[in-house]
Design a protein around this ligand. Structure first.
Ligand SMILES: Cc1cc2nc3c(=O)[nH]c(=O)nc-3n(C[C@H](O)[C@H](O)[C@H](O)COP(=O)(O)O)c2cc1C
Length: 391
């Protein structure tokens, strides 16, 4: 079993754990994860092998972000594709060597080296490939049915339905799970900028129809993402039909997060009003914490730069106001003057840097407290239909 993942059918401990107040295991076909928590892939260089191994060891799904992953390879500027493949292989192997646990990779559909990264992830036998910023309509072509589990990221039931129908028709396959990402997430967002604050696009609103669509196609588990911050939030999403949650922002506040101390410090000092939407050269809105670089963008004083990478398919280098890869690497390595610090809308709530094991233990404790409180409320206020015979 790759990465020490348990087999769902023979996992009696997992069954017991699902009972009572504890968070249930996350099950994705034959993969059974101790906690229903996926650490969101965070590029560039924010979730590499350091964070992913710590999360995997602590019972969640650790995820390596592949965007610009070769940033520290000597030939990153000259041999972009091979540098990224080599770095991805190195980070996957580092997680595997560190011990057992469930490992995913996050590969943006919009990346120009998408196919190469998927092929490397398959060769290195990761447990999951999580893929968004576009619909991964051709992903099954690159991954054998007994390869990594395939998990598209969607922002609507319509997108989930399109993927299911296309995969079924073309490949006789279905996604193994979905991540549904709402408008409070960090990084690139799958909404129009003007829709981000509309109540009908809130995560709890879009989650339910995605769960219904996923059930229609065969009980595909759905993972909720975007603004999930506490164990109580996880409980609320599971009550709405999610099988787990993907969390990004909260994992930036950990010792093992692979970003620079300056990047993390920027989270610690951010106030709610410092978090804003920027228009990415990829053609999608993104959420970030203000830096001098972002202020310059607001003032439109940036000059277009040359393009050393051609990293994103949607990016037109002639029109792009800045190079997203360069801006994200500056932030990851601590140069906030020229850097873009992606962050979810809850980034202002991060107030300390803790070990991943401690964060996971806190999330479990918060989940249990909420679960107990919820059960007591149910007991105190029985359903109006309780006791009615014939039901
Ligand atoms: C710094 C940062 C970088 C991100 N980079 C990526 C990425 O490379 N690919 C991706 O699919 N999502 C990316 N995301 C989104 C996260 O994976 C996650 O789904 C999202 O942030 C969840 O919302 P939360 O931050 O409120 O928990 C990023 C988020 C952050 C905060």
């Amino acid at each position: 079993m790759p990465g020490g993942a348990a087999n769902a059918s023979s996992d009696s401990l997992g069954e017991q754990q699902g009972a009572g107040y504890k968070p249930p295991r996350l099950r994705i076909r034959d993969l059974s994860v101790e906690l229903p928590i996926i650490q969101g892939g965070m590029g560039i260089g924010v979730s590499l092998s350091g964070l992913a191994s710590a999360v995997a060891r602590a019972g969640g799904v650790g995820v390596i972000a592949t965007a610009g992953i070769g940033w520290d390879e000597p030939d990153f500027h000259t041999k972009y594709k091979s540098a990224n493949n080599r770095a991805l292989r190195r980070h996957i192997r580092a997680v595997r060597e560190a011990g057992p646990g469930v490992l995913g990779v996050n590969i943006l559909v919009a990346l120009s080296n998408y196919n190469d990264l998927v092929t490397t992830a398959v060769e290195e036998n990761v447990d999951l490939i999580i893929s968004g910023a576009g619909l991964p309509l051709a992903l099954p072509e690159l991954v054998p049915p007994d390869g990594p589990k395939l998990v598209p990221i969607v922002s609507s039931a319509r997108a989930a339905e399109i993927i299911c129908k296309k995969w079924k028709n073309r490949y006789d396959r279905l996604p193994d799970a979905f991540v549904v990402e709402g408008p409070k997430a960090g990084g690139h967002l799958g909404f129009k900028a003007e829709d981000l604050d509309q109540p009908e696009f809130a995560l709890e609103k879009i989650l339910v129809p995605v769960v219904e669509t996923a059930r229609k196609f065969g009980n595909i588990p759905v993972i909720a993402a975007g603004g999930v911050y506490t164990g109580a939030d996880i409980h609320a999403m599971l009550q709405l039909g999610a099988s787990g949650c993907q969390m990004g922002t909260r994992f930036v506040g950990t010792e093992e997060c692979d970003a620079s101390p300056e990047f993390k410090q920027h989270y610690l000092s951010a106030k709610a009003e410092d978090i804003q939407i920027v228009q990415s050269p990829v053609g999608l809105p993104g959420r970030a914490i203000r830096t001098p670089f972002v202020k310059d963008l607001d003032g439109d004083s940036r000059q277009p730069e040359s393009c050393p990478f051609y990293c994103m398919r949607g990016c037109k280098k002639e029109d792009a106001p800045f190079c997203i890869t360069r801006a994200l690497i500056e932030a990851k390595t601590g140069n906030l003057q020229d850097g873009l610090v992606f962050a979810g809308s809850n980034a202002w709530r991060v107030d300390s840097i803790v070990p991943v094991a401690r964060l996971m233990a806190d999330l479990v404790a918060e989940y249990e407290a909420e679960s107990r409180r919820h059960a007591q409320t149910q007991e105190a206020e029985p359903s109006p239909l309780a006791g009615v015979s014939g039901l």
